[in-house]
Design a protein. Structure first.
Length: 378
């Protein structure tokens, strides 16, 4: 059953984008949960090599989840920028989505988690320069995130790292900046800014994806991989009226991807080409009861920013914890913090954004929020 699909012969991605009803909240929630699953292996054993999916396919559920975040973010923030046509409003929306929740999470990590799970005395911990360097770098994301608080989690299997999930956020901010600067440059150079902007975005996506595919097995670059996914998502938005949403195409793409799993090298090439279509088909076409998830709230960002510290606390409090035990024990606490973060911090911040700008699109406010990513929505 399709949700919100206009009747008629044209069943394109653009046919769905016009509505407010989609599955992005559910997809992001599952993706954030997949990151927690992947980290349960590394943080309980001390090595990422313990995760079975990585050994079998060369990619983990957590990696796929991050790529889904960047795909959907590229699509939705591009839509936001195109609809707003105002870089200042766009930048404010991005800041209100990322920073309030992050500021509270990092501050709690320093004041409560770090100080409770450090081998240092409270006075030594709070007077140590590294403590405040961690807080300043990680709340601002200006010079990348810091990973260590003095003495924290030093006896854990994955030693010292306090919240390594946050490494993707500076990349996300960089993508926002590149997108906005592209918009500004095109507007300055050409009167028909919209058409040229679309061509530039498609060309950028093609170059990044082709480079990524050519370097598979030669160079491993998170920056290239995530940039390619972000701008493929962006390109799919500007090409939305030319992208068919077909159950047959979805089935063929999925079948090819599954068949490629029997050969890891083939899968490495099929996977990045198949993932975008699969994600956006699932985001817009399936309807019915799955859409009721939108009424719950958007907890994906909260899960993403709180999971790692909760898992490190679990590893410290339950020595020898197994991966499955780690997941079960940490998931409830993480989800509790995510719910609180959404209702107390993130949702009120998004309300400030909507008041600052009259623009509204695809649930920028109502869906209840659109631009996803590790630092999701608009």
């Amino acid at each position: 059953m399709s949700g919100g699909l206009p009747q008629g012969p044209a069943r394109t991605l653009g046919s769905f984008v016009a509505g407010r009803d989609n599955n992005f909240n559910l997809i992001r929630f599952l993706a954030a949960s997949a990151v927690l699953v992947s980290h349960s292996f590394a943080l309980s054993t001390g090595t990422s090599a313990s995760e079975p999916w990585g050994r079998l396919l060369g990619i983990t559920p957590g990696s796929t989840a991050v790529e889904i975040f960047f795909l959907t973010s590229g699509f939705l923030v591009t839509a936001s920028l195109v609809r707003r046509k105002d870089v200042r409003s766009f930048a404010l929306a991005r800041m209100l989505r990322i920073y309030p929740g992050l500021f509270v999470a990092v501050s709690l990590t320093v004041l409560a988690v770090g100080s409770s799970f450090t081998s240092l005395s409270p006075s030594s911990f709070f007077t140590n320069a590294q403590t405040w360097i961690y807080w300043a770098r990680t709340t601002t994301l200006v010079t990348n995130v810091a990973h260590l608080l003095p003495g924290a989690f030093e006896g854990n299997p994955w030693r010292f790292a306090v919240n390594s999930s946050l490494w993707t956020l500076p990349y996300e901010l960089t993508m926002y900046a590149v997108l906005a600067l592209t918009w500004i440059a095109v507007a300055c150079l050409h009167k028909s800014a919209s058409g040229l902007f679309e061509r530039v975005i498609v060309a950028l996506a093609a170059v990044l994806m082709l480079t990524y595919l050519l370097l598979i097995g030669i160079v491993t670059s998170s920056a290239l991989r995530l940039s390619a996914m972000f701008f493929v998502g962006s390109a799919l938005y500007v090409l939305k009226d030319r992208v068919p949403m077909s159950g047959r195409i979805f089935a063929v793409v999925l079948a090819v991807l599954i068949a490629s799993m029997f050969e890891k090298k083939v899968f490495a090439y099929c996977y990045p080409l198949a993932l975008p279509y699969l994600v956006f088909y699932l985001a817009y076409v399936p309807g019915g009861i799955v859409r009721s998830f939108n009424r719950i709230g958007d907890y994906s960002y909260g899960i993403y920013i709180y999971a790692w510290p909760v898992q490190q606390m679990t590893a410290a409090l339950v020595p020898g914890v197994k991966p499955l035990e780690m997941f079960v024990l940490s998931y409830l606490g993480t989800c509790t913090l995510a719910v609180a973060s959404w209702h107390l911090i993130e949702k009120p911040s998004l309300a400030m954004k909507s008041e600052a700008s009259p623009a509204s699109f695809n649930g920028e406010v109502a869906s209840p929020s659109p631009d996803a990513l590790p630092a999701p929505q608009d």
